[in-house]
Unconditional design. Structure first.
Length: 333
């Protein structure tokens, strides 16, 4: 299974090297070999994926999931160009490695992707030599009482994302690799709450450096109660699923998050997908197998990457202008 993927990645890396020095538009479209490391940032363990020129080899994230990448390799520009940074915020009790199929694939398309283990990480952790487990998370209001949530709720998550952005932009290895004018956020579930809050859902959380947000089955009800979703003035994509009964109904329809969003905005609903459709495939054990065999994972990644390609890289991304027949719903404005 890993042999064909290793060969294709090596070919991509070779093609990228041949194209270095081309114009920015061509360089930003390059695929690239992926490096991976875990690093301490702001007191959190952060999973990092990034372009590299080092040849990839088989790598196990843990006993159940593996890939082909360059572990602990130095980061490099993709085809000679600085690349966007996307910070990924995991769901409640998840961790920075919970959605490797997406985070790694995004990096393979020429992004630095950083995913911190927030204080609530419990069901999994990002392994790192010498690191300690996250501290106990602060108390939060009940999920079923969105009216009890405010700008004070889970500020620790906002601080984690801000620390990652600040420190990577100042990091001796990553500062020259990241384009500081092209920063995006992605998040799942409570991570969706986190990134929508930073996009403007909570006014005091807003970070003007962030240019686009991808919200995967996001907990947006507190913003709906406070009627702040229209205060998000950057491109946003919401993704949900037909079996995601606790979240997706709040995304769609005349009172949903998509209806309240300022253009450009996108709403994608996967068929027969529940709340954990964006978490690593339970029955597939490599990123390649997950993308090849699980249509929901493939569609979620394709549309999410196209979204960032258009709104961070300035590429046409024509996929965003049409609905794949395998989707239950797709709207854009």
């Amino acid at each position: 299974m890993l042999g064909p993927m290793l060969g294709s990645v090596l070919l991509l890396a070779a093609g990228c090297s041949a194209r270095e020095g081309s114009d920015a538009a061509t360089a930003s479209a390059c695929s690239t070999a992926v490096g991976y490391r875990a690093q301490q940032i702001g007191g959190r363990t952060v999973a990092l994926w990034y372009p590299t020129s080092v040849a990839p080899t088989p790598f196990a994230y843990g006993p159940q999931f593996s890939s082909v990448l360059a572990h602990d390799a130095p980061p490099t520009r993709a085809c000679g160009a600085a690349v966007p940074l996307v910070v990924f915020s995991h769901g409640d009790l998840g961790c920075g490695l919970q959605s490797v199929t997406f985070t790694e694939e995004l990096a393979r398309h020429g992004y630095v992707v950083a995913a911190p283990d927030h204080a609530d990480a419990a069901l999994c952790h990002t392994p790192m030599s010498g690191s300690s487990l996250p501290s106990a998370p602060p108390a939060q209001p009940p999920i079923l009482r969105p009216q009890a949530w405010s700008e004070e709720s889970r500020q620790d998550r906002r601080q984690d994302v801000e620390s990652v952005i600040d420190e990577l932009l100042a990091d001796r290895e990553f500062a020259s690799v990241i384009d500081a004018q092209r920063i995006g956020l992605a998040g799942h579930s409570l991570g969706g709450y986190t990134v929508v809050g930073i996009a403007g859902g909570w006014p005091s959380w807003k970070d003007a450096r962030v240019r686009a947000v991808l919200a995967l089955s996001p907990y947006v009800m507190p913003f709906q109660v406070q009627k702040t979703l229209s205060d998000v003035h950057i491109p946003i994509m919401y993704q949900g699923g037909t079996l995601d009964v606790g979240i997706t109904p709040f995304l769609r329809g005349p009172q949903g998050a998509f209806a309240a969003a300022q253009a450009p905005a996108y709403l994608l609903v996967l068929r027969a997908a529940g709340h954990f459709a964006w978490v690593n495939c339970g029955h597939e054990h490599t990123t390649q197998a997950c993308l090849e065999h699980v249509a929901d994972a493939r569609l979620a990644a394709q549309y999410g990457i196209a979204f960032f390609d258009r709104h961070l890289k300035g590429l046409p991304a024509p996929q965003l202008d049409r609905a794949d027949a395998r989707l239950a719903l797709y709207e854009h404005k």
